[in-house]
Ligand binder design. Structure first.
Ligand code: PLP
Length: 361
């Protein structure tokens, strides 16, 4: 068996020790005589799994008691509708920052449910940076203020959070959750599709301050009402049982093997630095994101020649560095280097890039 270094933006790599553990428990979980996949979600064994997943997430992310943790389905994309349906309920206004494709989708979806304003955008720079936010544009009576924290496609991240005063800050953290500590108290709501940094696809995590739920718009489908899921402990209907179990294993890995999110951040910053340092010194490759907006999770770069980019992607794959092609809206390359990508994977990629550069400059 030879496992590749998978730079996919999502679904993406999972820690090898987690996959081995899951493999070991595939046919029989504990002494239950069955796989987690086969269990009733209401069985005693499974209840222990989902409760452990929630308490580990609370511990690892330091989530305060006045926040609910919801394990849902529908992907981050469903949250583009769930957030406005549940939160746009007083002034029916919400402010959005357009920092990429996902935040633009979130904005367009929210426009269906209220008075939604794009208060800042970096579209004209092809989202190569986080836009500056002019406080004059922001509405103090908005029901919430939405950002996409880490822009997966463009490789940019909010290094500083917008000041929103009393307006609850809502963030899509799909591609940066668990990558470093984050002060949950600064947010009204956080959401993430789990397939980037937490678990296999199928699970969506929502962390929401209690006072923000319970006033969904009348048209809200039952399955889209946070209160319904919060009251039922994410068991209103069948939750994505296996991804939740995998999420628990990933959280155990972060807590016990890595040593928590401070340690995770150090590892991730170092990994990204190795790649950015090389890009900044390279005569062939060039980073796409502006320096003060660079993400530590998704690193975008180009050679400036689309044929050469394609050749690089092909050769990289042949050498065990797969899924490194950039998103079609940026072109070039993108190395998604989530938590499970070992430092060795980056070092080997850089060595390969150096060799490719020697042969092409
Ligand atoms: C991947 C991604 C999404 C879309 O997630 P789905 O779970 O596929 O709906 C949304 N936002 C961000 C930041 C992402 O990285």
């Amino acid at each position: 068996m030879s496992r590749v270094y998978n730079f996919s933006a999502g679904p993406s790599m999972l820690p090898e020790s987690v996959l081995k553990r899951a493999a070991g428990e595939m046919l029989e979980y504990g002494t239950s005589g069955q796989s987690v996949m086969e269990m009733s979600h209401r069985s005693k064994e499974y209840m222990e799994i989902i409760q452990a997943a929630e308490s580990l997430l609370r511990e690892v992310m330091s989530i305060p008691d006045n926040y609910k943790v919801l394990f849902l389905q529908g992907g981050a994309s469903s949250q583009f509708a769930m957030v406005p349906l549940n939160l746009m309920n007083k002034s029916k206004k919400a402010d959005y920052v357009l920092s990429g494709q996902f935040s633009t989708k979130a904005y367009k979806e929210a426009c269906r449910y209220g008075d939604v304003k794009a208060v800042a955008s970096s579209k004209e720079q092809n989202f190569s940076r986080i836009p500056d936010i002019d406080p004059v544009e922001c509405r103090s009576d908005a029901d919430y203020f939405h950002i996409c924290m880490n822009n997966t496609i463009y490789g940019t991240v909010f290094h500083k959070l917008p000041e929103t005063g009393n307006v609850p800050l809502v963030a899509d953290i799909s591609s940066c959750i668990l990558s470093r500590p984050i002060d949950v108290t600064k947010f009204g709501l956080l959401y993430a599709g789990a397939q980037k940094n937490m678990a296999p696809a199928g699970l969506t995590v929502v962390i929401v301050r209690e006072d923000l739920i319970g006033n969904a718009q009348d048209i809200t489908p039952t399955m889209f009402d946070y209160k319904v899921h919060a009251d039922a402990g994410s068991m209103y209907n069948t939750p994505p049982t296996y991804p939740i179990y995998m999420c628990k294993l990933v959280l155990e890995w972060i807590k016990n093997d890595i040593g928590g999110l401070e340690s995770m951040e150090k590892i991730n910053v170092n990994k990204a630095q190795i790649l950015y340092d090389y890009l900044d010194s390279s005569k062939l490759f060039k980073g796409c994101a502006e320096k003060d907006s660079r993400s530590i999770m998704n690193v975008t770069f180009v050679t400036g020649d689309t044929d050469l980019d394609a050749e690089f992607v092909k050769e990289a794959a042949a050498n065990g560095f797969v899924n490194i092609k950039g998103h079609r809206s940026v072109g070039g390359m993108r190395a998604s280097i989530y938590n499970a990508m070992p430092t060795e994977g980056i070092e080997k990629l850089v060595a390969f890039m150096e060799d490719f550069e020697k042969r092409h400059v």
